[in-house]
Write a protein that binds this ligand. Structure first.
Ligand code: ZN
Length: 195
C-alpha cells in the first residue's frame, strides 16, 4: 500500500476512498482467521501483543469489515440500541475505518464480550497495551474529551494504525487524527507561502 493510505482520514465527513485488496488482508492475530487487518497493521499489532506476552490476555473483537458487514452492524445496532446509541458508537457504512483494514477493536479476554463496546480497561495489560501502542504505529482513535472533533464517543477499545512516526507524534501531543492532519496541511500551506 502507498504511504498515504495509512494516514487516510475516514469519518462521517470523509467517506472511505481506498479499500485494501483481499491479498493485503491477513489475520490480526495468528490463528484467528475471521478477524483480518491490512498486513502492515497486522504485523505491527502482532509484534506489540507478542512483546507484551498478551496473546492469552487480549482478544481481537473486530478488524476489517466489508461495506456490507458495516451496514449489517449498523442495521442490527439500530434495531437493538436505537439511533442515538448507534450514531455514537457505530460509523456510518462507507465511513468506517474498519472498512480500510486499519482499525482493530480489542477486548480483555473474558467470558462475555460486548461486540459494539468491548471492555478494554485503563489498567493492567490493556493499560500497558495503550501506552505502548504508539511505538508500534497505533493510536487510540476516539479519545475522551475529543468527541466534538471526532464525532464518535470515547472508544477505549478502538485502535487505528497510522504508522510509527505519526502515531508517536499524535500520542505525545494528545491529538486526534483530524487535528494532526489539519496541522500538517497548515504547515504545508505555510511552506508554500514562503516561496
Ligand atoms: Zn472499532
Amino acid at each position: 500500500m502507498k504511504q498515504d493510505f495509512y494516514l487516510q482520514l475516514v469519518s462521517s465527513e470523509h467517506p472511505i476512498s481506498q479499500i485494501p485488496s483481499k491479498k493485503d488482508l491477513i489475520p490480526a492475530f495468528p490463528g484467528i482467521f475471521d478477524i483480518l487487518l491490512e498486513c502492515r497493521a497486522a504485523y505491527a499489532l502482532r509484534r506489540l501483543i507478542k512483546d507484551l506476552d498478551a496473546f492469552d490476555k487480549i482478544v481481537p473483537v473486530s478488524g476489517f469489515r466489508t461495506r456490507q458487514e458495516q451496514q449489517d452492524i449498523w442495521d442490527q445496532s439500530l434495531k437493538d440500541n436505537g439511533l442515538a446509541y448507534t450514531r455514537q458508537y457505530v460509523a456510518v457504512p462507507g465511513c468506517s475505518e474498519h472498512e480500510m483494514g486499519l482499525a482493530i477493536d480489542l477486548a480483555l479476554k473474558q467470558e462475555q464480550i460486548d461486540f459494539i463496546c468491548p471492555d478494554f480497561p485503563q489498567d493492567g495489560i490493556c493499560g500497558k497495551f495503550r501506552s505502548l501502542a504508539p511505538n508500534y504505529g497505533f493510536i487510540l482513535r476516539y479519545p475522551k474529551g475529543k468527541e466534538a472533533i471526532t464525532k464518535i464517543a470515547w472508544e477505549p477499545w478502538h485502535f487505528r494504525y497510522v504508522g510509527i512516526p505519526h502515531a508517536k507524534w499524535i500520542a505525545e501531543h494528545q491529538l486526534t487524527l483530524e487535528e494532526y492532519l489539519c496541522g500538517q496541511s497548515i504547515q504545508n500551506l505555510s511552506k508554500v507561502s514562503t516561496f
